[in-house]
Design a protein around this ligand. Structure first.
Ligand code: C2E
Ligand code: CA
Ligand code: CA
Ligand code: CA
Length: 278
């Protein structure tokens, strides 16, 4: 018995060593990813639920590593967050997304750009300056930029985060709460922070068709959002039925594979040229 337990322990230990080593490899490769031009952004269209027009896009990071091939953001972003390199990467994302938004604007395509922001970026004292500079260099209206925050960002409820978010709001930048409903105390954030948008997490949207309880929950979230004057975006919309339910509930925006997968920048003007059929 003791022998068996020992063997299991050993296996456990070595598999965690392997994942540790793998993390170190990813971390090293990430450090050169920016300078080696291995990072790029895809943009996922967000449709107005009434008109089908694409009013907004979300910038989503991709990493085509020369040594590791394509690594999914769900895998490498937590590693980048842990090592702190996410601050540098996040700044690159912000600048790249703003430059792209300005380029579309010049060609007559007017959109709001959503950018994901990690906790350590927000804790960096230079973050406001980075945002100001990205807007200024690209001559953007601050209201065209929406920063997507998760509860993990807000949980570090230090005075600094609050001050930074208030400053950004005062500048006119929009703030969005990502993955809404999946955290511990989502509701308390609604009173503490002045947000513009709630993104209803994909897990709720996925369950809409099969679960009456999820239907009640989502329609309650949407009604609450209306009362608090928040814009609502449903994430992970994949079926016609989800769309018709969300429309009836009064959801403002739809994002998901049914509308479009994340796509390259050059394909955005075409999809924006006419409303999607919903
Ligand atoms: P997220 O912010 O919740 O982004 C939405 C994710 O859901 C994206 O995955 C998107 O491709 C995927 N998605 C969209 N519609 C559907 C759908 O209909 N069905 C399904 N199954 N999936 C859908 P992606 O691009 O792999 O990104 C994963 C996560 O990585 C993001 O989740 C976000 O937390 C993080 N991330 C991505 N880019 C950045 C970035 O630039 N900075 C930071 N800090 N995090 C990022
Ligand atoms: Ca997001
Ligand atoms: Ca999300
Ligand atoms: Ca998510």
């Amino acid at each position: 018995d003791g022998k068996k337990a020992g063997r299991n322990q050993l296996r456990f230990f070595s598999s965690s060593m392997i994942s540790h080593a793998r993390e170190a490899v990813i971390d090293t490769a990430l450090r050169s990813a920016i300078s080696s031009d291995e990072l790029y952004l895809l943009y996922q269209p967000v449709a107005n639920a009434k008109t089908g027009r694409i009013d907004k896009v979300e910038a989503l990071l991709r990493w085509n590593s020369r040594t590791l091939n394509n690594v999914s953001p769900d895998h490498f972003i937590p590693i980048a967050e842990e090592s702190g390199i996410i601050v540098e990467i996040g700044t690159w994302v912000l600048n790249q997304a703003c430059r792209q938004l300005a380029e579309w604007q010049t060609s007559g395509v007017h959109l709001t750009m959503s950018v994901n922001v990690s906790a350590s970026q927000l804790l960096d004292t230079r973050f406001i300056t980075y945002v100001e500079r990205a807007l200024q260099i690209n001559q953007l209206n601050p209201a065209q930029l929406e920063l997507e925050l998760t509860e993990r960002v807000l949980i570090d409820d230090g005075a600094h985060v609050r001050t930074t978010l208030n400053h950004l709001r005062a500048m006119g930048v929009r703030l969005s709460l990502d993955d809404f409903g999946t955290g511990y105390s989502s509701l308390s954030y609604l009173t503490q922070f002045h947000l513009n948008t709630l993104k209803i997490d994909r897990s709720f949207v996925m369950a809409l068709e099969s679960s009456a309880r999820h239907q009640s929950l989502v329609s309650t979230i949407i009604a609450m959002g209306h009362n608090l004057d928040l814009e609502l975006v449903a994430e992970g919309v994949e079926t016609e039925q989800q769309i018709s339910m969300l429309q009836k509930m009064g959801c403002h925006y739809l994002q998901g594979y049914y509308i479009s997968r994340p796509i390259a920048a050059e394909n955005i003007p075409l999809i924006c040229s006419s409303p999607v059929k919903i």
